[in-house]
Structure formats: C-alpha cells, structure tokens
Design a protein around this ligand. Structure first.
Ligand SMILES: C[S@@+](CC[C@H](N)C(=O)[O-])C[C@H]1O[C@@H](n2cnc3c(N)ncnc32)[C@H](O)[C@@H]1O
Length: 528
C-alpha cells in the first residue's frame, strides 16, 4: 500500500539494529524522557516530552530523543539528525521503508528552528518501542491524534492502547499449535502470540492494518530470523476468512464500540465493526465455537447493552443460550470490568478520534449516541473480558458471570488459566468430591478482622485475595476457622466435621452450607 510501511527484510534488519543501538526501547525511552514527561505522555500530554527533546532536533548525540520527537511526537527533525539516529539504514532507507518523507512541518504545526536552513524529515507513521518480559519489539501504526493534531482518518490503524494491553494481559499463554488474532490492527496480539504458539493467523477487514501488522511482525522477526512461528495474514470480515480452520486459541480486541448508525458521524474502522448496538460482539459469541478445537479457548473484549429492567447477567444468559442453541456449546467466563450509563459512554467515545468537548461536532455526536441508546431503551453499557472454552470431552458446559471493577493481577493470564482449570474440575466433580480434597489456602490470601474497639470477637472477617481478581469474601465463623486450617493436610470434610464438633453444630448442615462457598473459593483460586 502506498501509505503504509513496506516489508523489505534487508532494510528492516538495519532499522532494528539502529533502533537497538539508539536505545529506542521501552526502558531507554523512559530513561531518556524521565518520569514526568513519560507520565504526561501516557496522559496524552506531549508538551513535557517536546521540551525534553527540543535540543535533540539539532543535536547529533541524542538518537533516542530524535526518534521520540519524530515518531512519537510527530515533529519534523533535520535530516542530518535522523541520519545520525539511523546510521545503518540512513534517511533514504527510512524513506524507502515508508516511515518518513522528506519535507518539514504539516499544516497547523510550527517548524523547528532548523527548518529554514536545513532539509527536514517528517514521520509518516508512529513507531514506538513495546515489549514483554522476554522481547524488545517496535510497533508502527498511523500517527496518533497527538501527532496529527486533529481528527483521525476513518481507516486509521490504531497503535497500542489500553484495550490492547488489557487483552494481552488476560490472554492464557499455554503453548499451543495454532492461534488466531481476529482484528489484528497493528499486530500487537499476534506479536505476543509468537512467544507461545506454533503458527499464527491474523485477520483484519482493513488492508492497511494488515500491511502494518506485516511490517511489525517482520521487524520482530528480524531479531531471530527463522526462529519465529509462521504467520498468515488474511483479509475479511470477522470469522469469514478462517471459517474452515480450527484453532486452540482465538484472541480478539474487536471493534466493539457501540456506534450510532448515523451517516453524519465519522466511522472509525478500528473501533466500529459496522453493526448496530452490540451485535458484533454478540455474533462473535455465537460463531467463535465453530473455529475452536476441542479444549480450545477464545478470549476477547467487548461492550454489551443492558436495557431497562434487565441485568448484565440476564443479557449474557440470553447470549449464551442462543450460542448453545445455534453453535457449539461452550464454557463461558465473563468478567464485567466496568459499567457506564449512556451519557458516560457517549462522552468517552465522542471524544475519541479528536473531537473537542464543547465543539459542535462533539455535541452532535454526543446527541446521536444518546438517541441511539434511547431507541433500544439502554440503561447501562457493560465492558469486560470474555473467555469461552470448547469442552475437550462430552460434558455439560459451565458458566461464570463475575464482576471485578477493581485492580486485578498483572499479567492476569495465569489466573485465567488456573480459573479455567478450576471451573472445569468443579463442573466435573460432585460436592462429595470437593469435600474429599485436602485444599490449601493460596499464598496470596490474607485475613482482616474488624471489630468494635474493646470487643473480644471480630464482628467482620474479610478474606482478601492478593492476586487473581482480587476477591474479598466475608467469612463467617465456620469458613474463617476452615481457612485457618486449610493447609493441604486435612480433607475439607474432616476439617469441617471437627469444626462442627468444637462449635456444637450439626456436621451435615455445616458441610451443606459451606460447600457452595468452597466451590466459589476454588473457582477464584483462593483455595488450591
Ligand atoms: C480495536 S482494533 C484492535 C487492534 C489490535 N488487535 C489491538 O489489540 O490493539 C480492531 C481491529 O479490528 C478491525 N476490524 C474492524 N471491523 C472488522 C471486521 N468486521 N472484521 C475483522 N476485523 C475488523 C479493525 O480494522 C481494527 O484493526
């Protein structure tokens, strides 16, 4: 494509070497900008970073500052400064890769002091360092709002945002043969998949997004050529391009934003899948089972509408009933992370894309969102993370619809993996089986006792999980006593019978009342 970076393996290898030497890495940029400018940039405030890199524009000794200024802040830099920052690739190489063009400031931006006297270069895309524990990657995407200084183009290819990192954090990273990244955009989820998957398929409806993903994966691959898993990039709508394929893992940060179908509004491909209301997420739920191997997992983010008189769990119960009826029956674990009213939702998304609150465009969009929600009697919009699992054997499916609005473990993937295994075990075992296990209280569980000043006994005992979903459970006397002795030696049955004897209670009743609580604690990883 003419306006996306070009895959030229030889030049990409030179680019990688230069970016590494310039310390244009996550840590290198954080060090170069310092904590204040870095934090401001995270809040989309470029000014401190602009001031911190002002000198770089003309200096030959600050390659990292030059690259930040050019690729993150979208400011022109002298060609000589870029030549110093990318010594092996050179300015001509960067032009040939489609990363920069010769020429100075764009409309609306003042050129640097060197403009009059020297040739300048301007970035044609955003390029940022990104990584996980084991890798330094870079991700090219379209220039951000911050660099463009105005509304984005409708086919804007998004860089890494909060939703991308949320999905990456929640992804279960079991080593598997084949995985799909649906709606790959700049390819960030596919990059993560290359660490634990034999072969990756990435799809998108946007050819421009696929071109960026191809570039970013080639840049990652240039580190250890030959050792990266094969990647296939396919264009098409949702699951259409992979209808005949099967995967052990499907991940998707789909264009889930609920958008009024109103032609006067700008439609952004990266967030709007072109359906009314929450139909895109709903159809993904209905169809994804067809591409999962037995035992396979699909994880995606989504928004869901909650109409008046219903709860978000009612909505999901309907979706899952429909899914079981029309598709392959799946286990479902949905964690609602946020819930907004229609005005909060409209404010958030009318602003995204560059319209300023108070402007006429913003007000028009805000009103269109409110009218759209009112037309379906929507009272709340939920956001969360969906994990669906195709049972490996012929067994009844399970369903967990949880709310967790506070901080959770980071990364969350290991807790999701453990939670899937625990919920599957619970679905396959009776209450008697649960009582016959010698459970241990997980090491991240602590207990808080609250009472009136001077009181001998606590009036409230809270059991708090340090990791996972950060569960806080109010424990009665029996449960608190049980957790105090759950050290992997006594079965739950023996421990509860002993506690019942000490408290003078009927053991059968104690077991019957406690076992549902044990099931919840096992599901959430407080008992292991
Ligand atoms: C929110 S972006 C996600 C990008 C990236 N995967 C991430 O995690 O940041 C959604 C992507 O879905 C793509 N998309 C939009 N409509 C689609 C559709 N109907 N089928 C497949 N992909 C679609 C967009 O082009 C965009 O790249």
């Amino acid at each position: 494509m003419s306006d996306t970076p070009v895959v030229d393996e030889a030049r990409i290898a030179l680019l990688r070497a230069d970016l590494t030497a310039a310390r244009f890495t996550v840590d290198g940029v954080a060090e170069r900008l310092g904590p204040v400018a870095s934090a401001a940039l995270h809040r989309e405030q470029p000014l401190p970073a602009l001031l911190a890199t002002e000198r770089s524009a003309s200096s030959g000794d600050d390659p990292c500052g030059v690259l930040v200024r050019l690729f993150t802040l979208g400011r022109p830099v002298p060609a000589s400064a870029l030549a110093g920052a990318l010594p092996s690739l050179g300015v001509d190489g960067a032009v040939a890769l489609g990363l920069v063009r010769l020429g100075g400031a764009r409309a609306g931006f003042a050129s640097g002091p060197a403009a009059a006297s020297e040739r300048e270069v301007t970035a044609t895309c955003d390029l940022r360092p990104y990584g996980d524990d084991a890798h330094d990657w870079w991700v090219a995407s379209d220039l951000s709002e911050l660099a463009v200084g105005g509304p984005l183009r409708p086919d804007h290819v998004l860089g890494i945002g909060g939703a991308s990192t949320t999905l990456a954090s929640w992804t279960v990273r079991r080593p598997v043969d084949r995985a799909l990244d649906l709606g790959t955009g700049c390819g960030v989820q596919a990059l993560h998949l290359t660490g634990h998957v034999g072969a990756v398929v990435a799809t998108d409806i946007s050819e421009r997004a696929l071109a960026y993903a191809a570039f970013n994966l080639a840049l990652a691959a240039s580190e250890r050529a030959g050792a990266v898993p094969p990647l296939e990039l396919l264009a098409g709508d949702l699951l259409d391009p992979v209808a005949a394929q099967r995967f052990s893992l499907v991940v998707s940060n789909p264009p889930f934003v609920i958008t009024p179908r109103d032609e006067s509004l700008p439609l952004y491909e990266y967030r709007d899948g072109g359906r009314a209301g929450d139909a895109l997420v709903r159809s993904l739920v209905r169809q994804v089972g067809a591409v999962l191997e037995p035992g396979g997992i699909a994880q995606f983010l989504g928004n869901w509408e909650v109409p008046a008189g219903r709860t978000w769990r009612d909505v999901w119960d309907d979706w899952l009933e429909e899914q079981a009826r029309d598709g392959v029956a799946l286990d479902a674990w949905v964690v609602q992370r946020e819930s907004q009213d229609p005005a909060e939702y409209a404010e958030l998304w009318a602003r995204d894309g560059g319209a300023q609150p108070g402007s006429e465009t913003h007000s028009q969009m805000y009103a269109a969102w409110l009218r759209d929600f009112a037309s379906r009697d929507v009272e709340r919009v939920g956001f969360g993370v969906v994990t669906l699992q195709r049972p490996a054997t012929d067994r009844p499916t399970w369903r967990s619809l949880d709310e967790a609005h506070g901080p959770v473990a980071a990364p969350m993937g290991p807790a999701v993996d453990a939670g899937l295994r625990a919920r599957t075990w619970l679905a396959e075992h009776s209450d008697d089986d649960v009582l016959d296990v010698a459970w241990s209280c997980a090491p991240d569980v602590t207990e808080e006792r609250h009472g009136r000043p001077g009181a001998e006994d606590p009036s409230v005992i809270l059991v708090r999980q340090g990791g996972g979903l950060g569960r806080v459970v109010r424990a009665g006397t029996v449960l608190a006593a049980y957790l105090g002795v759950a050290e992997g030696e006594l079965t739950a049955r023996a421990a509860l019978d002993a506690i019942a004897a000490v408290l003078g209670l009927d053991p059968e009743r104690v077991r019957g009342e406690t076992v549902p609580q044990l099931r919840e604690l096992v599901a959430d990883g407080l008992l292991v």
